[in-house]
Write a protein that binds this ligand. Structure first.
Ligand SMILES: Nc1nc2c(ncn2[C@@H]2O[C@H](COP(=O)(O)OP(=O)(O)OP(=O)(O)O)[C@@H](O)[C@H]2O)c(=O)[nH]1
Ligand SMILES: [Mg+2]
Length: 205
């Protein structure tokens, strides 16, 4: 039997179905080696690898996560932390709704880099009100800790951001951190948008 593939043969418009879905783009940034790829892998696949494979340009993850009555299609854009990939990252920030700023609690330099990462995100990903979390990763390596919880919390508070402690190795804190970040995004999406224009298309005074 021949299939009728003519335009309009479907009893519904597939584009309407796609438009009804909730899509969220989360960008992960932080110095190379802090554990961004491992955090995404832990959340999406419940896996962890001890071997280090630095991200080249960008890695990608996907998961459907339920927030209340919403099935959120979460797209993870896991950026390479090496500085030389700046031009690649710069191209990929658009339409970002959420950011995870990651550092490694055993590596002080990665904590000191947060300021620059935060600035890069605010500069490049400004189309939505951003939901941002500060993620102190590798807390399983407590004996080698170089940045205390108090210091991390203080930095996050000073930037009006939420602070989380995680371990991609053991899984501690990972689900709660992503769940809370996604809740924040869904709330921001539902918040009434301020209409800057009147019915004639002129800017309100
Ligand atoms: N002990 C411990 N090791 C971790 C943890 N998270 C990641 N690692 C290790 O840290 C190394 C780097 O992890 P990645 O996730 O690849 O780091 P990344 O931030 O994606 O690095 P780039 O892709 O280069 O930007 C790997 O050897 C991981 O196994 C953690 O929570 N605890
Ligand atoms: Mg990576």
């Amino acid at each position: 039997m021949a299939l009728n593939r003519l335009k309009g043969h479907l009893p519904f418009d597939p584009m309407n179905s796609i438009a009804d879905l909730t899509w969220v783009k989360i960008v992960g940034v932080g110095d190379s080696g802090v554990g961004k790829t491992c955090l995404v892998k832990r959340f999406c696949e419940e896996k962890f690898t001890a071997k280090f494979h630095p991200t080249v340009g960008i890695d990608y993850g996907f998961k459907i996560h339920v927030i209340g009555d919403v099935d959120v299609r979460v797209h993870f854009w896991d950026m390479a932390g090496k500085y030389e990939y700046y031009d690649v990252r710069n191209e990929l920030y658009s339409q970002t709704q959420a950011v995870m700023l990651v550092y490694d609690v055993t590596n002080r330099a990665s904590f000191q880099s947060l300021e620059a990462w935060n600035r890069e995100c605010v500069r490049c990903a400004s189309s939505f009100p951003l939901a941002t979390v500060v993620v102190a990763n590798k807390v399983d390596q407590d004996v080698e800790r170089a940045v205390s919880r108090e210091e991390g919390e203080k930095w996050a508070k000073a930037h009006k951001l939420t602070y989380w402690e995680t371990s991609a190795a053991t899984g501690v804190g990972v689900f709660s951190m992503f769940h809370s970040l996604l809740q924040d995004v869904v709330e921001k999406m539902r918040a009434p948008q301020v209409d800057l224009f009147n019915s004639d298309g002129e800017m309100e005074k």
